[in-house]
Design a protein around this ligand. Sequence first.
Ligand SMILES: NCC(=O)CCC(=O)O
Length: 330
Amino acid sequence: MTIAPFPAARFRRLRRSDALRRLTTETTLSTDDLIWPVFVREGQDAEDPIASMPGVTRRTIDRLLPQVEEAAQLGIPAVCLFPYIEPGLKTEACEAAWDPDNLSNRAIRAIKDAVPDIAVMTDVALDPYNANGHDGIVRDGEIVNDETVEALVRMTLAQAEAGADIIGPSDMMDGRIGAMRAALERDGHHGVSIMSYSAKYASAFYGPFRDAVGASGALKGDKKTYQMNPANSDEALRLVERDLTEGADMVMVKPGMPYLDICRRVKDSFGAPTFAYQVSGEYAMMAGAVERGWLDGDRVMLESLLAFKRAGCDGILTYFAPAAARILNG
Ligand SMILES: NCC(=O)CCC(=O)O
């Protein structure tokens, strides 16, 4: 970078008017960058607010559809579905995860039927269906990898069959991307893409999400034997490389804001479509402070989302998606 000495260089020259600031903007945020995570529950004509995520609601499928329709009209390219599974359906074997008629698969079909143009992303992990709240099958206190991968492949195929556009493995088992890709190809789902949660950290920022999907009570222990150590960065690159080699179409870093350094390294190292998940705890921090009048809601929302783009992300999973789209669309 070449910089003239002062006063030949005065950085304030290009900041002095809105026109000049817009002209020299390096990064832009648009509705095209957003994926909206939504929570779905059983029943008819009902919804529950999620106390730890002000402004976020868990809805029955019939109540979710108009929201997804509105998201499509706003130009949001994709929604990501998370089901609230009734405690009675959670088992040690997690069979409900690959039931073709489970809540998540019914919701995929309903959305693809009612709003065909919006892309539907899914969550592939056993935790909503697991009696012990883990993302994998537990045997003698251990989360077993290879048996879990077999279950995740069954779950993936059921979601693809239901019409999912993007499969989102959030489980962090080893070898799952290759196994899923091979099964999808074998069964003719050539166009179904995979966004791998490649660098998913064992984070304290997921707390409100576990309230939203009813997993808080179920989880025994922690997820540190499969999710990443927050201290590690080189490992994230190795995981992303591994997942791309196994056939991931897109990769994700999660959580988002505390891990922007990882986003930047991933984008610079691989140039692959890179996403970040601005998770429930990040949302709750901002929404909670806004509720108290401590922060300006629109400004922190847009600044936080722009930061992901500046860090190299192609898009962001964010609970703010509709609110941000309304502003971004002017
Ligand atoms: N697979 C999704 C999560 O684990 C949590 C997301 C969040 O905290 O928003």
